[in-house]
Design a protein around this ligand. Structure first.
Ligand SMILES: [Cu+2]
Length: 118
């Protein structure tokens, strides 16, 4: 009897693990920053809660990109593509800002990360 419960428990754990891996996805986006602003009209990165987000960033100036709410910062080197990866652990709308060499915000949000709840 205890053996059956043990097997059922293992099956449940496997089912949960498979379920999670099926719904969460790796989502990759390329963002280019020129003159302190994002290039292009779409300033919003949209993902689902639990996704692994990869932002491929290219900037014409040095500084850092700051994801508010998640409180993550990623350094930028001029002219070089860098990869900023993180888990979308919280649902909501979060500003992405550019911090210059001296720190602080240039001119408000570059764009937004929108994370849809599961
Ligand atoms: Cu900031």
């Amino acid at each position: 009897m205890t053996k059956d419960i043990g097997l059922a428990g293992i099956a449940l754990v496997i089912a949960l693990a498979v379920g999670v891996s099926v719904v969460a996805a790796a989502r990759s986006f390329s963002l280019e920053i020129q003159g302190g602003a994002l290039v292009g009209n779409d300033k919003t990165v949209r993902v689902d809660e639990g996704d692994h987000v990869i932002l491929r960033l290219r900037s014409d100036t040095a500084g850092a990109i700051h994801l508010h709410g998640y409180d993550l910062e990623h350094a930028l080197a001029p002219g070089e593509e860098t990869t900023f990866g993180f888990e979308a652990f919280a649902a909501g709308r979060f500003p992405l800002t550019l911090h210059g060499d001296g720190g602080g915000h240039g001119r408000g949000a570059l764009g937004y990360l929108e994370v849809m709840p599961r």
